[in-house]
Design a protein. Structure first.
Length: 255
């Protein structure tokens, strides 16, 4: 990754901030591309296709194979967010990139990665729907969602995009706090870092946590409240990361 990052982050002096921002975004895209593409390939091949084969061999297809992996993109995307600071901070700051520009670029990149991953989930759900109808297989969803049918494309995208981007921002905060403050103080700051992910889970009430929350009498607020609230908390999380980055040295003290 280092060669790709260095290629994308070599910044001649005197160019505009917009050109420098494009260089930083290119560095992020090139450096993290193998991680992202590899994950997508594994999910489509191992989860979706192999999942259908396993169901066929074990008595027949009875439910959506793609729906088994709904938890995965959140936690993988958290890992992407965690990676940004330790992989890029020292290199880009030493190239003359400001902490503000790095934060803006990280916010743009993470938003794009969340949208692309959510779109992948939408597309594979549609492919699965066509396949299941053709084979007359039941397409039962195994997890609670904002949507009741995978044909509700808008709700599918909204659910996955919001959950993914919120977990990416939590990863962004985790990466910054552990790099800047070290392991033990990073542990103490976990409640701060987990706010975006927790907000998304409690505001959207989808996937595995939905049953737990419903069982204790908690129900999702209206989507007109939940959706903008998750977006606002995620934006504030990126800004909080910038504020934490602002005084951080290129080589922070260990401990």
């Amino acid at each position: 990754m280092s060669t790709a990052v260095q290629t994308g982050a070599t910044l001649p002096r005197g160019i505009t901030d917009w050109h420098r921002l494009k260089h930083v975004l290119r560095a992020l895209a090139i450096g993290l591309r193998p991680m992202l593409l590899g994950y997508w390939a594994v999910m489509v091949l191992a989860l979706f296709l192999v999942g259908i084969v396993i169901q066929l061999l074990s008595g027949g297809v009875t439910s959506s194979a793609w729906d088994y992996g709904t938890q995965s993109p959140k936690y993988f995307s958290m890992a992407v967010g965690i990676t940004v600071t330790p992989a890029y901070f020292a290199l880009l700051i030493s190239q003359g990139i400001t902490r503000r520009m790095l934060s803006v670029a990280a916010g743009i990149y993470l938003t794009g990665a969340a949208a692309a991953t959510a779109l992948l989930w939408v597309l594979v759900y549609q492919v699965e729907h066509v396949l299941y109808v053709w084979q007359d297989w039941p397409g039962k969803l195994t997890n609670p969602h904002l949507f009741t049918s995978t044909s509700q494309v808008g709700l599918v995208f909204i659910e996955f995009f919001l959950l993914i981007v919120a977990h990416e921002v939590t990863g962004w905060l985790l990466g910054i706090t552990f790099v800047r403050f070290g392991f033990w103080r990073g542990i103490l700051l976990l409640p701060l870092a987990l706010v975006p992910a927790a907000a998304a889970e409690f505001l959207l009430v989808a996937q595995w946590l939905a049953d737990v929350l419903n069982n204790i009498g908690y129900h999702r607020p209206p989507l007109a409240v939940a959706v903008p609230s998750v977006l606002v908390v995620s934006v504030l999380g990126v800004y909080a990361g910038y504020r934490l980055l602002h005084p951080m040295a290129v080589k922070p003290p260990k401990g």
